[in-house]
Design a binder for this molecule. Sequence first.
Ligand SMILES: [Zn+2]
Ligand SMILES: [Zn+2]
Length: 175
Amino acid sequence: MHEPQSIAVNDDERMIPAWSIILASIAFLLIEYYFWIIAPEHRHHAPPPLGFRIYFNLSWGVVVALYFLMVGYISKDAPRRGMSTRFWMLVCFVMPGGIGAVLYFLLRQPEVTRCPACSTHVQSDFHFCPQCNYRLTASCGNCYRSVRTTDIYCTRCGHSLAEDEMPRRLHVLGD
Ligand SMILES: [Zn+2]
Ligand SMILES: [Zn+2]
């Protein structure tokens, strides 16, 4: 089993890869080409009103393009959550009516990152590393709920965060 190449979360990274944008554009153009050029040639009855045709043709193009964008998004998002990328790309693509995408968002796991101290895989909702007890996010020293680094008192229990012995601005520690 090999590790995903990049597990670190990079906010600047594009979440929708170029290939899926290109595929979505091609699919959109093919759909429009079919509905505007090919299909009318085989029509044996009077065409529906133009407004209806514009709405119908564009809707289908957008829906199909969204499928490709969604599969592209999952190809980027699933590895960050330790989920099977190929499986979910397939589910999203095959299930009709976008059900696959809905299922993905219902079932997707929290983001997986690494502990800065020992590199153990940790989920984004962990406060402490399960292996080395490194404090991963700022949390109240009394009730252990999440707090913002700028808070002085815990919003849940009123505990004074300044009294906590652990440094609250952890990202400064690495410098
Ligand atoms: Zn650790
Ligand atoms: Zn608290």
